[in-house]
Design a protein around this ligand. Structure first.
Ligand SMILES: Cc1ncc(COP(=O)(O)O)c(C=O)c1O
Length: 303
């Protein structure tokens, strides 16, 4: 049976319901994480990838959105492990923890309301294609920014913006879109961060360019610098740098490492997966399944 965690207890997933009057549902006043767990055949083990870092980011989201956390980071990691253990599935999983304004009341504000923590797991294959390059456009939508809905915290309400961006891309025959900052610099994808390769250097926008500070982004930076000896620059990126990059890829918990083949009808490199992207992708998929000793501390065993 599949379980969820709601109102302080594990309950069968089909019984884990909230009221239609819940504040978090009415106004998007909730913060969430997306976490993957990867099954390792070699170890006969399910590993939750960088659970601690996800919950640390969630703690920051709660501070910004003035939400009380019922559980410490370590407790949330343990609840996550326990949920997967109870579900008992020996395959890859996607986890969705949410802290939300649980009061059943109409009226927009953040204070004087109750908060709750919920968690469920679901199956998720590849969110984006990872074996061939994506066709991508720059979106016509504006990105939410730090002074409107801060991307630094993963607020549910901000994903209405992401949904507009992604849907425009799909409607127009693209796989995904890139969003610019208010002043026209590259920010991120609809639900993933972006890296370019310029003159052999990995380049990615800074946290201050309205990105979600991705855990996968941090993983890529760490692996590139520590393991692969690829230099990384964190700096502002002009739109036209997208068109002349040697390689480009999206990264995220959902997206994993997803190569980009074309942006606004300009092929990236020769249109196939570039050598640096390939190296990073291969190493990433080994690391998340607990196959690289140096990074096994990023993997929380479930069983
Ligand atoms: C808007 C946005 N940017 C970037 C990311 C990547 O973050 P992470 O690597 O922590 O999953 C996500 C979510 O996965 C996202 O929703």
């Amino acid at each position: 049976m599949a379980y969820a965690f709601l109102r302080g207890e594990f309950v069968p997933l089909e019984e884990a319901n909230i009221s239609i009057m819940t504040h978090g549902f009415l106004y998007g006043t909730a913060v969430f994480e997306g976490i993957r767990a990867y099954w390792s055949k070699d170890d006969n083990q399910l590993y939750i990838f960088r659970a601690k870092e996800h919950y640390e980011r969630m703690a920051n989201s709660c501070r910004i959105m003035r939400m009380a956390r019922k559980y410490s980071v370590d407790e949330m990691v343990e609840l996550t492990r326990k949920l997967l253990e109870m579900n008992g599935k020996k395959n890859d999983a996607y986890l969705r923890p949410v802290v939300y304004k649980s009061s059943q009341v109409v009226g927009v504000k953040l204070t004087g309301l109750e908060d709750d923590f919920l968690l469920f797991a679901t199956d998720m294959g590849n969110y984006l294609e990872v074996s061939k390059g994506l066709k991508v456009r720059v979106t016509s939508w504006k990105h939410v920014s730090d002074n409107s809905i801060p991307m630094r915290c993963k607020v549910n309400g901000a994903y209405a913006n992401a949904a507009l961006i992604k849907t425009e891309a799909l409607d127009d025959g693209y796989d995904e879109a890139i969003v610019l900052t208010d002043d026209g610099h590259v920010s991120e994808g609809s639900a993933e961060n972006i890296f370019l390769v310029r003159n052999g250097v990995l380049v990615t926008p800074p946290e201050t360019d309205d990105i979600l500070p991705g855990i996968t982004r941090d993983t890529v930076i760490t692996l590139a610098r520590e393991e692969l000896g690829i230099p990384v620059e964190i700096r502002r990126i002009d739109r036209t740098e997208l068109y002349i990059a040697e390689e480009a890829f999206f990264c995220g918990t959902g997206a994993q490492i997803a190569p980009i083949a074309e942006i606004d009808y300009r092929p990236i490199g020769d249109g196939s997966i570039g050598p640096i992207t390939q190296k990073i992708q291969e190493l990433y998929f080994q690391v998340v399944r607990g196959q690289v000793a140096a990074y096994k501390n990023w993997c929380t065993p479930v069983f």
